[in-house]
Write a protein that binds this ligand. Structure first.
Ligand code: ZN
Length: 386
């Protein structure tokens, strides 16, 4: 139950310098420049983290935990994500989403898969709905899903400006946003609408109209994939200045798409609010390329490991870790109202990733349990083959 981490360089995300840290019962119990040795009878585990960076476990707010895809026939449905695809990627908290397919994929399956990840030691939540309007739900109503189903914290990923969307009108968007917002108040949850942004030239137009028209606060909207097109990324700061937190996707490198590291570095260098930016992986989602007829011509699969690759890229570029880490941790926790997550502080959940100086994962603790040691997974899902 007790774990002592010695001599780690802690980014909380702010730079705490080299300190010792004690984990007790899944929480961070103490942080100090030198903590005393514990009596042998307590049989605490001890790790020497000299030369390591210790950061909050990553929060991935967009993972197709049941598997996404299926956009070129049933054989293209992506399988459910494996626990170690998350833990070996430094992810200790995730939010599951349905995507294009809210027909063969259901919110019931999504909730069950989310609860399964929790049982395996991860912190996990999910959204009700899918790309569609009206959204598929578990109880028959968006409000009831958020209020009564523990892991459901909002609605998403609702597709906007995309050929696969339900082509929602402003009224459609406002109706579901108000349901999510009010349900969030009743349940003391985030109550967000996580919006999938497509490549359509309308871009953020509907979100601007929603802010112009209704009293729903900007924090309710959380548009993602903002770096899928360079012009969309360039339009995002205007939305952020209106109070909306926008989400970069850590796409795999295809040689064309703007990578997360570039997007985050540019955002910082251009002086936009670092508090209004988050990043997620689109893990286990299909990343398709369509032709003008809407036919799929190529596909890739999202991987949570692209988050760590983005951190590695940012470290290599000399970006200040304390300034870019909130995008992966604190900001996501704030946006999703996960008060115990995203920071290293006494009393917070012991979700911790130890990295080598280049940003490669060495060890991971989720709720105080060591999930990865010396870059090897200690815990696996029941049906994972190693
Ligand atoms: Zn999406």
């Amino acid at each position: 139950m007790l774990t002592m981490l010695r001599k780690a360089h802690v980014y909380a995300p702010e730079d705490l310098g080299v300190v010792d840290l004690l984990i007790a019962d899944g929480r961070i119990a103490a942080i100090d420049s030198e903590l005393p040795s514990l009596p042998k009878a307590l049989s605490a585990q001890e790790f020497d983290l000299s030369g390591h960076l210790l950061i909050p476990g990553l929060i991935d707010a967009h993972v197709h935990v049941t598997g996404g895809g299926g956009e070129a026939g049933p054989e293209t449905r992506v399988p459910p994500i494996a626990l170690t695809h998350l833990t070996l990627a430094g992810v200790t908290s995730c939010v599951g989403v349905l995507g294009t397919d809210g027909t063969t994929r259901t919110v019931r399956d999504l909730v069950a898969t989310t609860l399964g990840l929790r049982a395996l030691g991860l912190s996990a939540w999910c959204y009700t709905g899918s790309y569609q309007i009206p959204p598929p739900t578990l109880t028959g109503s968006v409000r009831d899903d958020i209020v009564f189903i523990d892991p459901i914290i909002g609605l998403g990923e609702l597709a906007l400006s995309d050929h696969r969307s339900s082509q929602p009108t402003l009224d459609d968007l406002l109706r579901v946003a108000s349901d999510a917002y009010v349900a969030g108040m009743i349940a003391n949850k985030a109550g967000v609408v996580h919006c999938h942004m497509g490549s359509g030239e309308r871009g953020f137009e509907l979100l601007h109209k929603a802010l112009d028209t209704a009293e729903i606060p900007p924090r309710v909207y959380h548009p993602t994939h903002i770096n899928r097109e360079r012009w969309l990324f360039d339009a995002a700061p205007k939305l952020a200045r209106r109070g909306v937190c926008v989400d970069v996707t850590a796409f795999p490198d295809d040689g064309e798409t703007m990578m997360a590291a570039e997007a985050i570095a540019r955002w910082r260098k251009e002086g936009h609010s670092m508090e209004r930016l988050t990043v997620s992986s689109d893990g286990a989602g299909c990343l398709p390329t369509f032709n003008a007829d809407g036919r799929l011509i190529k596909m890739d699969v999202g991987r949570p490991n692209t988050l760590l690759e983005a951190i590695q890229g940012l470290i290599a570029e000399g970006e200040p870790l304390a300034e870019i880490l909130p995008v992966f941790t604190t900001n996501v926790a704030r946006q999703l109202a996960l008060s115990q997550k995203g920071r290293i502080a006494v009393g917070a959940d012991a979700d911790l990733a130890a990295l080598d100086p280049s940003g490669s994962l060495r060890h991971l603790w989720a709720m105080g349990t060591c999930m990865v040691q010396e870059s090897k997974a200690l815990q696996t899902g029941h049906f994972e083959t190693s």
